[in-house]
Ligand binder design. Structure first.
Ligand code: F6P
Length: 361
């Protein structure tokens, strides 16, 4: 028989996403109602490495946080306990054993880990070393497999759509091409959704390498029938068919490369090759900030409540997921190291093509 869960550690890892606090709130409320104590672990796994960076997480702490962006627990995308950044010549140290020991010392029965593919992969390794855990998928990029949607995505798309709406009016007034760079490292979901919602003329995503001459053709075509402006939405991870992704800062042993620059490059190329004036805007971290939309609040709340339910059923090594209309749990093994890409022949891209959106191919 599985041991009853009486004390849960809760942590958030990786880049933040609107809705993290809504998950934390749902976990604490559901757990408290079941007589389960919660412990908040600060800054991802740091709260397990340094137990003094953990504290009792009660109803009082989660009151009023449903609508707040960010995370009351703090987060980091540099805290992998298996390769923790240190100042010795090796550069990293393995603190995973320490995490397992501290987990026991802190009297925890399980963890609820809210994070992306990287954070969930780390938690899964700890699970294999005897730390029971349930994961909650988070990323504004919406690129985690086995779940139809991650929370944070809807908020990011709503923000980007609003930005595109605003850029439309100035693009039209000045007869310019406005290039909007949105997030989306490996997958173009934000670009595709916000581009369709915002009425973009060209959408460039990592899944479809683009040919700049095709982009120019599309802009010229619009000019011909009287639309003297164009809106181009580009995902940060998009690349030309004859080139590489734009990297702003190279990666290190404990940190992924930072993308950025494709919007500026495209805008320059468009101006040079089409003769039309062009400007670019990078939406960047604005997409990750602010209050979650109603959709994200509901999804985050469902995920949090279900994670507690799953632990009570004795599940571990699983991630909660949306398989519309239900919330289910799936083995983490099935998601680690995989990316949910935009299907290039799927309905969304086809819809875009039907209404004349150019994908640069
Ligand atoms: O994974 C979400 C994401 O927003 C990516 O699209 C982006 O490349 C990355 O996070 C940036 O993260 P940070 O600036 O926090 O390193």
């Amino acid at each position: 028989m599985t041991k009853a869960v009486k004390r849960i550690g809760v942590l958030t890892g990786g880049g933040d996403a609107p809705g993290l606090n809504a998950v934390i709130r749902a976990v604490v409320k559901s757990a408290t109602n079941e007589g389960i104590e919660c412990v908040g672990l600060e800054d991802s796994f740091d709260g397990l490495i340094y137990p003094e960076r953990s504290w009792p997480l009660t109803l009082k702490h989660v009151t009023g946080i449903l609508r707040l962006g960010g995370t009351i627990l703090g987060t980091t995308n540099r805290g992998n306990p298996f390769a923790y950044p240190v100042t010795t010549p090796e550069g990293t140290a393995d603190y995973s054993e320490l995490c397992c020991e501290n987990f026991k010392k802190m009297g925890l029965d399980a963890l609820i880990v809210i994070g992306g593919d990287g954070t969930l992969g780390i938690a899964y390794e700890l699970h294999k070393r005897g730390v029971p855990m349930v994961g909650v998928p988070k990323t504004i990029d919406n690129d985690i497999v086995e779940t139809t949607m991650t929370f944070g995505f809807d908020t990011a798309v709503s923000f980007a759509t609003d930005a595109i709406d605003r850029l439309h009016t100035t693009a039209e007034a000045h007869h310019r091409v406005m290039v909007v760079e949105v997030m989306g490292r490996y997958a173009g979901w934000i670009a595709l959704y916000s581009g369709i919602a915002g009425g973009a003329d060209v959408i460039l995503i990592p899944e479809i390498p683009y040919d700049i001459t095709k982009v120019i053709d599309r802009i010229r075509e619009r000019d011909k029938w009287g639309a003297r402006f164009s809106i181009v939405v580009v995902a940060e991870g998009a690349r030309p068919s004859d080139g590489a992704r734009e990297v702003a800062v190279a990666g290190t042993a404990d940190r992924m490369e930072r993308l950025g620059g494709i919007g500026a490059k495209l805008s320059q190329d468009i101006e040079r090759l089409s003769g039309k004036e062009s400007r670019h805007v990078v939406l960047g971290h604005l997409q990750r900030g602010g209050s979650p939309t109603a959709y994200d609040r509901v999804l985050a709340t469902r995920f949090g409540a279900y994670a507690v339910e799953a632990l009570q059923r004795g599940e571990s090594g699983v991630m909660v997921a949306l398989k519309s209309p239900d919330i289910v749990s799936v083995p983490i093994e099935a998601i680690v190291g995989r990316t949910r890409n935009v299907p290039v022949d799927g309905d969304l891209v086809r819809t875009g093509r039907h209404i004349g959106i150019g994908f640069g191919d």
